[in-house]
Ligand binder design. Structure first.
Ligand code: DHB
Ligand code: FE
Length: 280
């Protein structure tokens, strides 16, 4: 049977991708950020997952205001890298896992989570930057990926609690897939940041660190944080953190914290990162 062995959370700041693509990671600005990912890269190389589910948000790249799925599941064989205005990032295309993804679609929809099924989609920095953080610059990504998009761009995004419960349903879906597979789930986005208007540049390290602690040890309490609190405390783009609850819901209530990293700033954003393992 397939199983979810671990969850990983991390921000997906586009400039992190640029730093790797352009060989800038040894610069003083970037060094401390990447130092905090060294352990993560070793860890995932040892884990050798058979597939990764990446929970991320599309930034009006594949979708637009014309079509806004709350939850969309990638069932394609392959995802090309989007051109977000500066040419596509020089990273390999993302290979999907249609068998697992279609099984997840069936399981989730019959479990009353009405996923939008996506058979053709380009992926943006929300998905590719987390892969780069974990795998650097490989010729091919080492394992297939199932993309799961959450709308956090246009109000109303789903609640933290809905995301947490989706994570639980994802676990049921994976555990009912009749193939021996070790799956890791990524929850991406955040932490505090606001890219626009009067409070552009907002960072709230207190809130972020409380959130990191709570999502590890009190996941239900974390999932109950209302939208207005993200907005007030973590800025307009801090709402990306609801995607971490999907990852967290797919794990045991008590987890083993393997790694935590928090760094300010990367571009306009506070970067947070967790590796959590289910206790066997
Ligand atoms: C930045 C952060 C994001 O999460 C994003 O999607 C785009 C830009 C930033 O900090 O520049
Ligand atoms: Fe983002």
């Amino acid at each position: 049977m397939a199983e979810i062995i671990a969850g990983v959370a991390m921000s997906h700041v586009p400039a992190i991708g640029v730093a790797v693509d352009q060989g800038l990671t040894d610069q003083e600005y970037w060094k401390p950020l990447f130092a905090g990912f060294e352990k993560s890269r070793k860890w995932i190389a040892e884990q050798k997952p058979d597939a990764i589910i990446v929970v991320y948000n599309d930034h009006a790249t594949a979708f637009s205001l014309e079509l806004i799925p709350t939850f969309a599941l990638g069932c394609a064989e392959k995802y090309d890298i989007a051109d977000e205005g500066w040419g596509a990032r020089p990273v390999p295309p993302v290979i999907g896992h249609p068998d697992l993804a279609w099984h997840m679609a069936q399981s989730l929809i019959l479990d009353e989570f009405d996923m939008t099924i996506v058979n053709n989609m380009e992926v943006d920095h929300g998905l590719t930057v987390p892969l780069t953080i974990m795998y650097d610059q490989p010729e091919q990504w080492p394992c297939p990926v199932v993309p799961l998009c959450v709308n956090v761009v246009q109000y109303p995004p789903p609640t933290g609690n809905r995301c947490y419960n989706l994570g639980k349903a994802i676990r049921r879906a994976v555990e009912s897939f009749d193939k021996d597979m070790r799956v890791i789930i990524f929850g991406t986005g955040g932490m505090s940041h606001q890219l626009q208007a009067e409070r552009a540049g907002l960072i709230n390290a207190d809130f972020d660190n409380r959130f990191l602690e709570m999502i590890v040890n009190e996941p239900e309490k974390a999932a109950a944080i209302p939208h207005v609190e993200y907005l007030r405390e973590s800025g307009s783009e801090g709402i990306e953190m609801v995607m971490w609850h999907v990852m967290r819901g797919a794990l045991d209530e008590k987890v083993k914290e393997i790694h935590r990293h928090y760094h300010v700033p990367a571009s306009n954003t506070a970067v947070g990162h967790l590796i959590l393992e289910n206790i066997k």
